[in-house]
Write a protein that binds this ligand. Structure first.
Ligand code: C5P
Length: 407
């Protein structure tokens, strides 16, 4: 924690790549969510973004070298006092210097004195990211416990595209918060695994403009996909109506609309998956007929619409799963006269037959459309773990721990 108050003390390292301009948005997000941020740019980063920008937005002085403010010994003190170091963008050169323990500027010196979690968000051209030298440096940093994010894919500086884009600043901020909540939340333990996650809420069309839907924002499913990708898994995210959420870095996103489309996408994706998580809110019913034209108001009461039952995708995935595949379901529950949330959760786990069930209490502003989540993780083996209130990424990290233990 910073000396002056109890806000977490974050060092934001910025290396010299064109993506340095995005570090300004990350800085903004980190300060707005209550972090005390000290920016450590490299000399090259200052070719891209002015020191005044970092100083104004962080409210703290900004130096690149180790010879400014010598009496306070910043090259040792800053790292020692930090709760988290985030380096975004981390260039190939910065990763090389960090991997080899160089201390030739304030940022790399601070990386050597920091004992807190360190998060690198790489950004470079695909050739540099894929070069054996960079691969070795990344492996070395990960082996020592640093979190090196998988970069996003897409348009790079010029006309070229491929892996190497800086992950979205919102995503970096999300993982930064996760590491402050739980420093060991992102081990690279899903490397070589394939996982499939569903997210969002299906919509069942009544006519060209109306649908039966639900309030799921998709954020929990996106957090599950993001955390799995950063723990090394190859991830397919089947996403239903999550328009305002950006694609997580290094995740293959398949967009669907209705429950039946979601079912089709899941069945196609899970064939060779090691784990499947059904976080989507699937509509249980759909109109038997979708009107071709907009249903008119007419006079008096509306004509009743017949509903058909949608397939239970989770139950089907459990029935047809391949040997060793771990299947996780979600249950949004409210307590009632017949039992509490946990009671209904246990019954649902037995009914669905999945390996793990995350049970959330819903209603009264809980779970839906909010950043935080809490609940219980129930295992078919009888285990029960309380998931304390925290970010959706924190809940995701607990789910993946349980999945890894069963793989
Ligand atoms: O039965 P209930 O809808 O509460 O079950 C929730 C779980 O089942 C979630 O994991 C959800 O994704 C899944 N589900 C499904 N197909 C449905 C309804 C729910 O896969 N038609």
């Amino acid at each position: 924690m910073s000396a002056a108050d109890s806000s977490p003390s974050v060092l934001l390292g910025v290396a010299g790549g064109i993506a340095a301009y995005k570090s300004v948005e990350l800085l903004r997000r980190l300060t707005e969510t209550g972090h005390s941020v000290r920016v450590l740019p490299t000399a090259s980063a200052c070719e891209f973004v002015g020191v005044a920008t970092f100083e104004a937005l962080s409210g703290q002085p900004v130096h690149t070298g180790v010879f400014a403010d010598v009496p306070s010994v910043p090259h040792v003190r800053l790292g020692q006092q930090a709760d988290l170091v985030v380096v975004a963008p981390a260039t190939a050169d910065l990763l090389a210097r960090a991997a080899h323990g160089r201390a030739d500027d304030l940022l790399t010196a601070s990386l050597l004195t920091a004992r807190c979690p360190v998060l690198f968000a790489p950004a470079m051209h695909t050739e540099m990211w894929e070069h054996p030298a960079t691969r070795d440096n990344v492996a070395l940093l990960r082996a020592r416990g640093a979190v090196v994010m998988e970069p996003a894919s897409g348009r790079l500086t010029g006309r070229d595209t491929g892996p190497g884009r800086l992950p979205d600043p919102a995503e970096i901020a999300d993982l930064a918060r996760l590491l402050l909540e739980r420093p060991d939340a992102l081990p690279h333990d899903l490397h070589g695994r394939r996982v499939v996650v569903s997210a969002g809420g299906t919509r069942e069309a009544l006519d060209p403009v109306r649908y039966l839907g639900n309030r799921s924002s998709g954020r929990q499913g996106y957090a599950l996909a993001r955390v799995a990708a950063q723990r090394g898994a190859a991830v397919t995210l089947v996403s239903a109506h999550t328009a305002e959420l950006g694609d997580p870095a290094a995740v293959d996103v398949v967009r669907v609309g209705s429950a039946r489309e979601l079912r089709e996408a899941m069945v196609a994706a899970v064939a060779d998956a090691d784990a499947v998580v059904m976080a989507a809110a699937v509509a249980d019913f759909r109109p038997v007929v979708r009107a071709d034209d907009k249903i008119k108001k007419g006079s008096g009461a509306p004509a009743p619409r017949a509903l058909a039952v949608n397939p239970d995708i989770l139950a089907e995935l459990v029935r047809s799963r391949r040997a060793g595949q771990v299947v996780v379901g979600f249950a949004a529950e409210t307590g009632d006269a017949t039992g509490d949330v946990l009671h209904h959760g246990r019954a649902k786990l037995a009914r669905k037959g999945c390996d793990l069930l995350v049970v959330n209490a819903v209603g009264d502003g809980q779970a839906f459309e909010v950043a935080d989540n809490a609940g219980w993780l129930l295992g078919a083996d009888g285990s029960e773990t309380e998931l304390m209130t925290g970010s959706k990424a924190l809940l995701a990290s607990r789910v993946w721990d349980a999945v890894v233990a069963r793989l």
